[in-house]
Structures are given as structure tokens and as C-alpha cells.
Design a protein around this ligand. Structure first.
Ligand code: DAH
Length: 339
């Protein structure tokens, strides 16, 4: 009998169960009334009295061991909720619609992609700026009417801390940090104190571009912008540069693209002119280079700044800029850009 007990002890040490049912089967096999352990207790009656003490002790050990082992196996399955017809089918394929990129992100990424093919790198600057980076270093003299061109949100007046009115502030930071050659673009959010309408918002997005090296000319600027316009709006796109004024560039220009909606024949988007303005640009004023520690006798360069909302509206024929900020999924899910 002692051998049989030891044999069962060994056996119980080895058993395992993969399911709740298997654990239950083991309980029946060993501990039910006719189970292998229980029947040993019946046999115990026939053990000679002088051995009862030793055998009884061993038998109790076997019973405890079996009970503990089977309890442990059963407890493994206690937390597992068995699926039944009233619970979710967790194996069902997912039918959730994937999200889409915001149209402004699609166009921003497209702009970055186009300029990265020309060797431009991307950098960002702070949205909260000081007067130097947003105005003074860009050649806006104090009290000069040019500062009125941009209605500024001031955080403090003295010292002047403000929400940047354009991403041109980041070209100053880039030039202060590194010597030419510089070929960079700076995407970002800008702020102006404007009444919100279908065509204007107090928060919008720009991408600034900067190219500084020896012998950079206006012809380089023109060709770069033509390449950009054709990549963005299609091969047949024409560009037109008109003289303009910015304190930080001389000469300065504004660039129009042929209207991609009517193809130049005239519509209400281009106000029947066949052209739509998309950016400001020019040769970086030598005073700006000197402000940033770049020798204007050695280096020249160009800069440009474009509004992402404007380009997105043109590309997707969106007539009201406020749609970009309302987050209406019926609007947003129409855009499925890959970048
Ligand atoms: N900063 C100008 C604006 O917000 C845009 C601009 C014009 C940027 C000419 C430039 C530039 O770099 O050369 O209206």
C-alpha cells in the first residue's frame, strides 16, 4: 500500500490541465467517491494495526497534495470568462474605419517633400517670440509703418514678447546658429489679430524657405519656385512674379500661379484674372544677413514664405478657411493623402 501511495504522489506531481474541464476530470479521477485516492481510504481498514500510524500519515499527505494540486489547476481558469452567445465575439475582424490626415498636414508634408528633393532640411522655431526675431532682426525699424502690416498679439510690451506673426522669425534663428551654405524650410503655426472670416483666421500656418550661399541669384529663386509650383499644382502650371515690398528682402516679390481651377481662363476663385497669389519672396536684405552674423559681402540668398491654408484651398477647391478648424469628420474624411 505504501508503494501505491508513493506512486500516486508522483503521478499527481506530474499531472496538468489545459482547460477547466480537464481540471474537473482530474478531480473526479482522484478525489470523487470512487476516485483513486478515495479508494485507498477504504483499503486503509485492512492495514495491520502496527502500520496504521505510518500509512495513515502518508495517506493524509497524499490527500492534501492531491487537493492542493487540483485547486491550483482549477484556479488557473477562474479569471477566464468563457465566451457565450451573449458576449462579444473577440475574434471578429475589425471593421473600424481608419482615420485620415488633416488636409493642412497633407499639404504641409507635400511641401516638405518637394523641397527635400532640392536638398532643403526642415527646422522649427518657437511660437512665442521676442521682438528681435519677429521684427527687429528682419529689418522692421521701431515705429516703422511696416510693423502695422501685421497685427500682433502681444504677451508683454516691455520687453516685447509676442506670438510670432510669421515663420520668418525662424530664418533669423537658423542664420544666428549656422554659417552658410544654408538650405532650409521652416513650417509652423502663426498668429495675427484678425477678424475670423471665410478668407482670414487669427491662427494659420506658413512654410518659410531660406537659401544662403555664395552667388545665389534671383534666377535661382525663380527656378526654385517654378519647380515647386509645378510639383504642387501640376506640370502645366505657370508662375508670375510681381514686385512687392517686405522689410527683410530687397528686391521683394509676390508670386502668383496660374489658376488651377479654370486653367487660366477666369473664374471666381481667381477673380477672373487667371492668377492666384500664393507667396511672398525676395533676396535677403544684406542688413538682415549682417544682423545674424553672416557676412553680406560674401554671401547672398533668397527667402520665401507661403501660407499653407491658401495652397490647400486652391489645391482642393475649398472656399471657406474656417472648415479647417471645425474638425467636422464629414469634411475631414474626404482627404486621403498618402503623405
Ligand atoms: N513673412 C511674410 C508674411 O508673413 C511672407 C514672406 C515674404 C516671407 C517674403 C519671406 C519673404 O521670406 O522673403 O507675409
Amino acid at each position: 500500500m505504501v508503494d501505491r501511495i508513493r506512486e500516486l504522489m508522483h503521478e499527481i506531481g506530474e499531472v496538468t490541465a489545459e482547460t477547466r474541464e480537464e481540471a474537473e476530470q482530474l478531480r473526479l479521477k482522484y478525489l470523487s467517491k470512487k476516485g483513486l485516492v478515495s479508494v485507498l481510504f477504504d483499503d486503509f481498514r485492512s492495514v495491520p494495526p502496527d502500520m496504521k500510524r505510518e500509512v495513515g500519515k502518508l495517506l493524509n499527505e497524499l490527500k492534501t497534495l492531491t487537493q492542493e494540486k487540483i485547486d491550483a489547476l482549477r484556479s488557473r481558469f477562474e479569471d477566464v470568462v468563457m465566451p457565450d452567445s451573449s458576449t462579444e465575439d473577440l475574434t471578429r475582424p475589425v471593421t473600424m474605419e481608419p482615420g485620415t490626415r488633416h488636409p493642412l498636414s497633407i499639404v504641409r508634408n507635400h511641401i516638405i517633400d518637394i523641397f527635400s528633393h532640392l536638398g532643403y532640411t526642415v527646422a522649427e522655431g518657437p511660437e512665442i517670440e521676442d521682438d528681435w526675431h519677429n521684427f527687429s532682426a528682419l529689418n522692421f525699424p521701431p515705429e516703422h509703418p511696416a510693423r502695422d502690416m501685421q497685427d500682433t498679439f502681444f504677451i508683454s510690451q516691455d520687453p516685447a514678447i509676442l506670438l510670432r506673426t510669421h515663420t520668418s522669425s525662424v530664418q533669423i534663428r537658423a542664420m544666428e546658429k549656422s554659417q552658410p551654405p544654408l538650405r532650409m524650410i521652416f513650417p509652423g503655426r502663426v498668429f495675427r489679430n484678425e477678424a475670423i472670416s471665410a478668407r482670414a483666421h487669427c491662427i494659420f500656418h506658413q512654410v518659410e524657405g531660406l537659401y544662403i550661399d555664395r552667388n545665389v541669384s534671383f534666377a535661382d529663386l525663380k527656378q526654385t519656385l517654378l519647380y515647386f509650383a509645378r510639383e504642387m499644382f501640376g506640370e502645366k502650371t505657370q508662375i508670375r512674379l510681381r514686385p512687392s515690398y517686405f522689410p527683410f528682402t530687397e528686391p521683394s516679390g509676390e508670386m502668383d500661379v496660374s489658376c488651377n481651377i479654370c486653367g487660366g481662363s477666369g473664374c471666381n476663385i481667381c477673380k477672373n484674372t487667371g492668377w492666384v497669389e500664393i507667396l511672398g519672396c525676395g533676396m535677403v536684405d544684406p542688413a538682415v544677413l549682417d544682423n545674424c552674423g553672416i557676412d553680406s559681402r560674401v554671401y547672398t540668398g533668397f527667402a520665401f514664405g507661403m501660407g499653407i491654408e491658401r495652397i490647400t484651398m486652391l489645391k482642393y477647391q475649398i472656399r471657406d478657411l474656417r472648415l479647417f478648424y471645425e474638425n467636422d469628420v464629414r469634411f475631414l474624411k474626404q482627404f486621403t493623402g498618402t503623405i
